[in-house]
Design a protein around this ligand. Structure first.
Ligand code: GAP
Length: 527
C-alpha cells in the first residue's frame, strides 16, 4: 500500500471480497468470528506463499527435511510442551453486558472506539469499554480447542487441535533424524493448520482462530559441544559471514542471527521490502524462561506495527521436555564430537567441566546437572538445541496484500483523471501469472492462436482467459487481481507469431515471441 493509501483495511477487504480473495467463513449463516475462507484468488495466493516458503526453507537447502504431521496428537504432547498449563490469555467479563474480552487488550478496544479508557481505580483496571460496566477479575483462559477422540466423551478421550505445528517436529525428531540421513546441525520444517481459541480475534485475517503456520526447528549443537570440537565458539563479536555457507563452529547466537537474516531474505523475495519491516529484539525480561533470544519481525499494518513472525532461540527446552515426559531419549550421537573429546586429557576434561559448571551456576542452573551434561558430551551425546523461525501464512498474506494494494491516480491524454486499483504482487506469489486475450473476440485466427498459447501456458503456471469487454477493461480486471503480465494476440500475431505483453506495474507493452516470454517469466518466478 502506498503511504497515502494505507490508512484502512476497508478498501482492501472490500476488494478481497469482490475479487474472491477472502470471505467470511459460513457467511450464509451469519459468519463465525475468527474464521475466514479463501476464494479462487486467495487460495492461489496462499498456495504460492506456502510453496515459496517450502522452496526457500526445505528444497532449496541441503540441511532441512520436511514433515507433515497430524493436527490431533497425543494429549501428553501438550502437557510436555507447557501448552496445557500455560497457554492462556487473561480474560475478563463485563458484569453488566456480559461481554468477554482479553484484559490486556482493553486499552486497544478503547482506542478502536476512539474513546478514552475509563479507569475504575486510578492506575488500575478499566471499566467495560462497551457499556461502562464493572469488570470481573482477569482469569487465565486456555486457548486450545478441545475435542473428543472416539465415541465416548470423557476426560480420558479428550484431545486438542494443535495450537502450533512445532510440537509435532519435536515429537518426531528421532524418527526424522534416523530416516533422513541428516545430522545436527540440521532442521525439520512443517507447515499446516493451527487452532487457537482467541478471546478476541481481530484485524481481519491477522488474528484468527483457525490459521496456518510455517515453522522450522533448526537443531544445533550446544555451544559446549562446539567448543570441544573447535576449541572456540564463533559469536557475533567475531563478525561471521552470514551470507556465505553455514559453518560448524557457529554458536547459538550466530545461528539465531543467521536465521533472522534468512527470514528477511525470504520476505524480500516474496515482495516485502526491507524498509517496510523492523526487527524487534525481545528484552531479557520479555523472554520465556528457557529462551535465550527472540526476534519479532514486525510490519506496519494499517492498524499499527505488529508481529509478522518470530525467530526464537529455544535452547534444548522442547526436546528435553519430551524426553522427560515420554521417557524416550531425545539425545543424538555425534561421532565427530566424541572423536574431538577423545583428544582431551583428564586435566583438560576436568577444567572443561569446572568452566561449564561455573557458567551454568551463573545462569541459575544446577552444578551436578552441568557435570552430567559434560560427561555425556565426552561420549558424543547431547540433546540438541533449537532455533525456531515461526511464521503465519495468513498474517504474511495480509502483509503482502497491504503492501501490494494501491489506488494509482492516472491522467489520460485528454487530461482526464482516473483511479487504477492495482495489487502489485511479486510475480512469485501472484495468484494468476498470465492473462491471455485475443484482441478481437470474433476473429477466428486470433482466437485460435490465443487458445493455443493459453493451453501451452496452462501446463506451466496459473493462467486466465478473458475475452469480454474492451482490452483496457480486461487489463484493469487483471490489475485488481495482481496479474503481472497480460498477453494480447492481435493481427500481427497471426502473421508472425509474436504477441504484446503488457506489464502490470509500468503498464508498458512489448512485443515478444513465446520463447522470449517464457524466459522472462521464469526469470521472474525463480528464487
Ligand atoms: N511455535 C512458536 C509459535 O507458535 P507464535 O508467536 O505463537 O509462536 C508464530 O506464532 C506465528 O504464527 C506468529 O508470528 C503469527 O505469524 C502466527 N500466528 C500466531 N497466532 C495467530 C493467529 N491467532 N492468527 C493468525 N496467525 C497467528
Amino acid at each position: 500500500m502506498s503511504e497515502e493509501n494505507k490508512s484502512s483495511l476497508d478498501q482492501l477487504s472490500a476488494l478481497c471480497k469482490r475479487r474472491g480473495f477472502i470471505y467470511h467463513s459460513s457467511e450464509i449463516y451469519g459468519g463465525m468470528p475468527g474464521f475466514w475462507d479463501y476464494g479462487p484468488l486467495g487460495s492461489e495466493l496462499k498456495k504460492n506463499v506456502k510453496e515459496a516458503w517450502w522452496q526457500f526453507t526445505v528444497r532449496g537447502r541441503e540441511d532441512v527435511a520436511g514433515l507433515d504431521a497430524t493436527i490431533i496428537m497425543h494429549p501428553k504432547i501438550w502437557k510436555a510442551s507447557g501448552h496445557l498449563d500455560t497457554f492462556a490469555d487473561p480474560m475478563t467479563m463485563c458484569k453488566e453486558c456480559k461481554k468477554l474480552m482479553r484484559s490486556d487488550q482493553i486499552k486497544d478496544i478503547y482506542e478502536d472506539q476512539k474513546k478514552k479508557p475509563q479507569p475504575k481505580i486510578a492506575g488500575s483496571d478499566f471499566f467495560c469499554p462497551y457499556c461502562g460496566g464493572e469488570l470481573t477479575e482477569p482469569k487465565p483462559f486456555n486457548l486450545m480447542f478441545k475435542t473428543v477422540v472416539g465415541p465416548i466423551e470423557d476426560a480420558a478421550n479428550t484431545a486438542y487441535l494443535r495450537p502450533e505445528t512445532a510440537q509435532a517436529i519435536f515429537a518426531q525428531f528421532q524418527n526424522v533424524t534416523s530416516t533422513s540421513r541428516q545430522s545436527v546441525p540440521y532442521g525439520i520444517a512443517q507447515m499446516g493448520k493451527s487452532f487457537r481459541n482467541e478471546v478476541t480475534p481481530r484485524n481481519y485475517i491477522f488474528r484468527s482462530r483457525e490459521f496456518e503456520q510455517m515453522e522450522l526447528e533448526f537443531f544445533i549443537r550446544p555451544d559446549e559441544a562446539v567448543e570441544i570440537m573447535y576449541g572456540k565458539v564463533v559469536t557475533l563479536a567475531d563478525n561471521p559471514n552470514l551470507d556465505g555457507p553455514v559453518q560448524d563452529d557457529w554458536g547459538w547466537e550466530v545461528w539465531h542471527k543467521y536465521w533472522v537474516e534468512q527470514r528477511k531474505k525470504f520476505l524480500n523475495a516474496v515482495g516485502l521490502p526491507t524498509e517496510r519491516f523492523v526487527e524487534y529484539w525481545q528484552k531479557p525480561d520479555e523472554l520465556a524462561h528457557y529462551a535465550r533470544a527472540c526476534v519479532d519481525i514486525e510490519y506496519d499494518f494499517p492498524f499499527g506495527r505488529q508481529e509478522l513472525e518470530g525467530i526464537a532461540a529455544r535452547s534444548d527446552f522442547d526436546l528435553s521436555q519430551h524426553q522427560k515426559h515420554s521417557g524416550q531419549s531425545q539425545m543424538v550421537f555425534d561421532d565427530p564430537l566424541k572423536q574431538a573429546a577423545k583428544k582431551m586429557d583428564d586435566a583438560a576434561k576436568k577444567a572443561f567441566v569446572e568452566k561449564v559448571q561455573a557458567d551454568w551456576v551463573s545462569r541459575g542452573k544446577d552444578a551436578l546437572e552441568a557435570e552430567k551434561f559434560c560427561l555425556a558430551l565426552f561420549e558424543g551425546k547431547y540433546v540438541p538445541h533449537v532455533i525456531e523461525p515461526s511464521a503465519g501464512v495468513d498474517r504474511l498474506m495480509l502483509a503482502l496484500l497491504c503492501e501490494a494494494y494501491e489506488e494509482e491516480k492516472l491522467v489520460d491524454e485528454k487530461g482526464k483523471e482516473d483511479i487504477r486499483t492495482v495489487l502489485r504482487f511479486s510475480p512469485k506469489v501472484a495468484p494468476i501469472k498470465v492473462a491471455i486475450f485475443p484482441l478481437i473476440k470474433k476473429d477466428e485466427a486470433q482466437d485460435k492462436l490465443a487458445r493455443e498459447i493459453f493451453t501451452k501456458l496452462q501446463k506451466k503456471v496459473n493462467v486466465m482467459w478473458d475475452v469480454s469487454g474492451a482490452i483496457g477493461r480486461r487489463y484493469r480486471r487483471q490489475d485488481e487481481a495482481g496479474t503481472p503480465w497480460c498477453i494480447t494476440v492481435d493481427q500481427q500475431s497471426v502473421e508472425d507469431g509474436t504477441f504484446t505483453v503488457r506489464e502490470r506495474d509500468s503498464m508498458e507493452q512489448k512485443r515478444m515471441t513465446y520463447s522470449q516470454f517464457l524466459e522472462m517469466m521464469y526469470d521472474a518466478l525463480e528464487f
